[in-house]
Design a protein around this ligand. Structure first.
Ligand SMILES: Nc1ncnc2c1ncn2[C@@H]1O[C@H](COP(=O)(O)OP(=O)(O)OP(=O)(O)O)[C@@H](O)[C@H]1O
Ligand SMILES: [Mg+2]
Length: 553
């Protein structure tokens, strides 16, 4: 959590301007000529594939990363929520709240002091009081603490002021920070993937707050429901034909439409050039053949005619070579698509059977359900209801304290955890290779069942060669997903699979989950994903007794 050093909110005068900003990270150019103006009424979303530079752009706007060229001007105060959250914050919840409202509290103290001066009749006291009153009013200082407390409650965040941030779970820590930012009254809020640790109620509160707040908002998000609710302008950092970012108006729908049309034009232009290339190449090969075989005329033909014919054929080859060069494919290749591997089903009535299972302290209400081959189940429920614990039981990483979890023998289970725990020093390709070797050595996978990393379309070769720590959060999550899919599971367990993933990939993944032969168990708060799987059976945790219910359509 941090705010810039600018002392007072600038309110209507506030403005955040990026002009012609370009940025390199390592040897990679991530931002090219970005222009952006953020005003107090802006509702801007930054979207794009994982690793495109969304977080980098937010850092540039916040001033925590210097652009390689271009300028950023900041007038006003900023509240920033970064995508990653360190666990080494040694403050308590109460201290975090106090820091958030330090300015309004100071303003109230100054007002009290000025009030006392007024009573004493100190010279100049009236002016000082008027100034202190203006500051306190500008900050709406009387209401500051209440605003933070409301946000803490609404997000389901920890409200016990004595709890230490470092001792909370990632999600709990995240919610405390977000509540403080939503409760504080900055001119601008810059939020990087703010939805990842929120449940349904928290998401609705966040959407409502961002829509109604007076200051400007810049969010980086893959959450399609939030974008549809909040964003008015969308900055798309994804590759384009001319390599410049695109700005779409008319909200999320405008972005969807504009982007689809643009992609189609790009694919068509690429296709046209490819076809033209192939045609010119054929014509050149034919001319080359004629040159090799055709210039040898019948025996006894005249020498002069032979020479002229050879010259003509050579010229024709040259002309075609020039034409081919002149029509080189200049349109870059359109981006990679996700290729979900073919996952097999297993016959048999039940792959998984859960009977009255509980985990002490994490899943207190007994859960029962059965999962058939090609079965589907969506698990929902508020934060802390035990969704991850239940997935842990199914994955076999947790044992039930009561009840049973039975898995048909020989069934391969692939679990995507909520949080990534990859070794940051290893290269992505190495992590993947090692995983495959282990799967083969333990007999889980035969060598002809193995899938290559780049085959999946999740990471390009260049990214696969990087160390995990140099990958963006979404790229790390893509590697996690690749590791799960590599095991060719019969049962897929996905804990908040859309977290950190790009919109395009989430769309592709949703489609693949609908079609795959494998059984799928999904835990998610993603409102759009829940709409998309509304035909699946749902299991809602957090009630008095959790039981599988039929599809909710
Ligand atoms: N610490 C770093 N060192 C070197 N390169 C980095 C570092 N952090 C990020 N990068 C690279 O910069 C590029 C942009 O990263 P950034 O985190 O801005 O992407 P992003 O769009 O926010 O991605 P995501 O959707 O995964 O959050 C990526 O290709 C990444 O590999
Ligand atoms: Mg990011």
């Amino acid at each position: 959590m941090h705010a810039t050093s600018i002392a007072h909110p600038a309110r209507r005068r506030a403005q955040l301007t990026a002009s012609d900003v370009s940025l390199l990270r390592g040897a990679t150019r991530v931002l090219t000529s970005v222009d952006l103006v953020v005003t107090p009424s802006s509702r801007i979303a930054i979207v794009g594939e994982n690793g495109r530079g969304k977080s980098s752009l937010l850092h540039v706007l916040a001033g925590t990363l210097q652009p390689d060229s271009g300028t950023v001007q900041r007038i006003g105060t900023l509240g920033v929520a970064e995508q990653e959250m360190s666990a080494d914050d040694n403050r308590s919840v109460g201290e975090a709240i106090a820091d958030t409202i330090a300015q309004p509290l100071a303003a109230l103290a100054a007002l009290n002091q000025a009030g006392a001066g007024l009573a004493d009749g100190t010279p100049g006291a009236e002016e000082r009081y008027a100034a202190a009153l203006e500051t306190a009013e500008a900050l709406d200082a009387w209401d500051a603490e209440r605003r933070v407390l409301i946000a803490l409650e609404a997000l389901g965040a920890e409200t016990d002021p004595t709890r230490l941030l470092a001792e909370l779970s990632v999600g709990q820590r995240y919610r405390v920070r977000l509540a403080c930012l939503l409760g504080a009254d900055h001119d601008f809020l810059l939020l990087d993937e703010p939805t990842n640790h929120l449940d349904r109620a928290g998401l609705d509160f966040l959407s409502e707050r961002l829509r109604s707040r007076k200051g400007g908002v810049v969010i980086v998000s893959h959450d399609r429901a939030l974008l549809a609710d909040v964003a008015e302008t969308i900055v798309d950092l994804d590759p384009t034909q001319d390599e410049l970012p695109r700005l779409y108006g008319n909200g999320f729908a405008g972005y969807r439409e504009g982007r689809a049309a643009e992609r189609e034009r790009w694919e068509q232009a690429y296709e046209r050039q490819q076809v033209e290339q192939a045609r010119l190449q054929d014509s050149l090969s034919a001319a080359q053949n004629r040159l090799v075989t055709g210039w040898r005329p019948e025996k006894g033909a005249n020498k002069h005619g032979r020479a002229t014919r050879a010259a003509g054929l050579t010229q024709s080859v040259h002309r075609r070579q020039e034409a081919l060069e002149a029509h080189a494919v200049t349109v870059p290749e359109p981006p990679q698509a996700f290729r979900f591997p073919e996952l097999r089903t297993r016959s048999g009535a039940e792959l998984l059977n859960v009977e009255e299972a509980t985990v002490a302290g994490r899943l207190s209400t007994p859960v029962s359900f059965a999962l058939a081959h090609r079965g589907r189940l969506a698990i929902t429920g508020p934060n802390g209801a035990g969704k991850s614990a239940l997935l842990g039981l199914l994955a076999g990483t947790l044992a039930p304290d009561s009840g049973h979890v039975r898995l048909q023998s020989g069934t391969r289970v692939g679990a995507l955890p909520q949080e990534s725990s990859l070794p940051s020093e290893r290269r992505a390709a190495e992590v993947f290779e090692l995983h495959l070797r282990q799967l083969q050595a333990s007999g889980v996978l035969t060598s002809n069942e193995a899938v290559g990393l780049t085959q999946l379309g999740l990471l390009r070769a260049r990214e696969a060669g990087k160390r995990v720590g140099e990958l963006s959060m979404g790229q790390q999550r893509r590697l996690d997903l690749a590791l799960v899919l590599a095991a060719r599971p019969h049962v897929l367990l996905l804990d908040e699979p859309t977290n950190h993933l790009s919109i395009a990939l989430v769309d592709e993944l949703t489609e693949a989950l609908g079609a795959t032969q494998a059984a799928v168990v999904l835990s998610t708060h993603d409102r759009q994903l829940l709409r998309d799987v509304s035909g699946w059976p749902h299991l809602r945790l957090g009630g008095s007794r959790a039981q599988s219910v039929p599809a909710s359509h």
